[in-house]
Design a protein around this ligand. Structure first.
Ligand code: ADE
Ligand code: ZN
Length: 333
C-alpha cells in the first residue's frame, strides 16, 4: 500500500449515494430490468463534468433510480467500506439522504435496513467501522424534514446524528432550526453543509441557529476574518473536500484551495471525499492531491488525520487508539 493510503484515516463527510459508481449503476439497472439513466455506460460517464453544485445534484439524484431494495443499499454500503478500507479509512461517519429515496417510493425501513446490513458486513470484512448520519434536503420543506426525522425515530433507526445538504444558495440554514432543535432534544449529533457555495453568513447561521458541532465544507469562511477567528477559538471542525471543491468549481483550481489559509488560521480542518464516485477520488486521493498540489508534509497530513479523529463522534478510547496508529505511521517514515 502506498504511504498516503497507509495513513489511518477517519472520513467525516461522505454521502453514501455519492459512492454509487457507474459500474454498480449498470449492474443494478440490469438486475432490476430498468434502462440506464443515460442510455449507455459511456453516455453516463460523459456526464461527469459539472458546472456547479446543482448540475452535479441533478445527476446524483437521477442515478438513484437504480437503488430499490434493501440489498441494493447493503451492496452500496459494503462496496464503499471495501474501497475506503483499501485507502486507509478506519472509521466513516456516513451521510445518507432519506428523502431522496422516500420521495421515489422506497420505504424508509428498506433504506435504513439495507445500509445497516451493508455497514455491518463491511466492518466484518474490512475492520472499518461506521456510523450513519441522516441528512435533510434543504431544498425541500422543513415540515417534510421533521416528518422524516420522526419516522426515523419511530423505526429505531441507529443514526448518530443529522445533517443538512443539497442545493445551498437560497436555502439558508435558518429555515431548519426546528429540525435541529428536535434533533438536540433527541440527543442526536448535529452537522450541516454551509459555506460550500453559500457565503460565510451561512456558516454563522449553522453555528448560531442550528447549533452544529461540525461544519461540512465551510471553505468560504476564509472570506470573513472574524468568523475564522471564531471557528479556531471554538474549535469547530470543518470537513473539507478538496477534489469536490475543484470539480464543482467552488475553487478555481486545487493550487488555489483555501485549506492552507484555514490551517494557518488555526481552524480544525479535516479532509474527506464527499461524493467520491463523482469527483475523481476517495479519501487517500484527496489527501494525496493536497499533499502534492499544496505542498503539505507528512506532519501536515498526520495533523489533518488527527483532527478528523478528534472531530469524530467516536468514544475517547477509540480516538486514542487511532491517534496511536497515526503516531505509528509518522514513525515509520
Ligand atoms: N449532496 C451530496 N453531495 C453534496 C454536496 N457536496 N453539497 C450539498 N449536497 C450534497
Ligand atoms: Zn457533501
Amino acid at each position: 500500500m502506498d504511504r498516503i493510503a497507509a495513513l489511518p484515516k477517519v472520513e467525516l463527510h461522505l454521502h453514501i449515494e455519492g459512492t454509487l459508481e457507474p459500474e454498480l449503476i449498470a449492474d443494478l439497472a440490469a438486475r432490476h430490468g430498468i434502462d440506464l439513466p443515460f442510455g449507455s455506460l459511456a453516455a453516463l460517464r460523459s456526464r461527469y463534468r459539472f458546472e456547479d453544485l446543482q448540475d452535479f445534484l441533478d445527476l446524483y439524484y437521477a442515478n438513484l433510480v437504480v437503488l430499490r431494495t434493501p440489498d441494493d443499499f447493503a451492496e452500496l454500503a459494503r462496496a464503499y467500506l471495501r474501497r475506503a478500507a483499501a485507502g486507509g479509512v478506519r472509521h466513516a461517519e456516513i451521510f445518507f439522504d432519506p428523502q431522496a429515496h422516500v420521495s421515489r417510493g422506497v420505504a424508509l425501513s428498506d433504506v435504513v435496513d439495507g445500509l445497516v446490513e451493508g455497514c455491518r458486513a463491511g466492518a466484518v470484512e474490512t475492520g472499518t467501522t461506521s456510523a450513519l448520519i441522516a441528512c435533510f434536503l434543504r431544498d425541500r420543506s422543513v415540515e417534510e424534514a421533521l416528518d422524516v426525522l420522526e419516522q426515523l425515530v419511530a423505526l429505531g433507526a441507529p443514526i448518530i446524528g443529522i445533517g443538512l445538504d443539497s442545493a445551498e444558495v437560497g436555502n439558508p440554514p435558518s429555515r431548519f432550526a426546528p429540525v435541529f432543535d428536535r434533533a438536540r432534544e433527541l440527543g442526536l449529533h448535529r452537522v450541516a453543509h454551509a459555506g460550500e457555495e453559500g457565503g460565510p453568513e451561512y456558516v454563522r447561521e449553522a453555528l448560531d441557529l442550528l447549533g452544529v458541532e461540525r461544519v461540512d465544507h465551510g471553505i468560504r469562511s476564509v472570506e470573513d476574518a472574524d468568523l475564522l477567528r471564531r471557528l479556531a477559538a471554538e474549535r469547530v471542525p470543518l470537513t473539507v473536500c478538496p477534489l469536490s471543491n475543484v470539480r464543482l468549481h467552488a475553487v478555481p483550481e486545487l493550487a488555489a484551495h483555501p485549506l492552507p489559509r484555514l490551517m494557518a488560521a488555526g481552524v480544525v480542518a479535516t479532509i474527506s471525499s464527499d461524493d467520491p464516485a463523482y469527483f475523481g477520488g476517495y479519501a487517500e486521493d484527496n489527501y494525496a492531491a493536497v499533499a502534492t498540489q499544496l505542498g503539505l508534509t507528512d506532519d501536515d497530513l498526520a495533523g489533518l488525520a488527527r483532527n478528523a479523529v478528534q472531530a469524530s463522534f467516536l468514544p475517547p478510547e477509540r480516538k486514542r487508539a487511532l491517534d496511536d496508529e497515526i503516531d505509528g505511521w509518522l514513525a515509520a517514515r
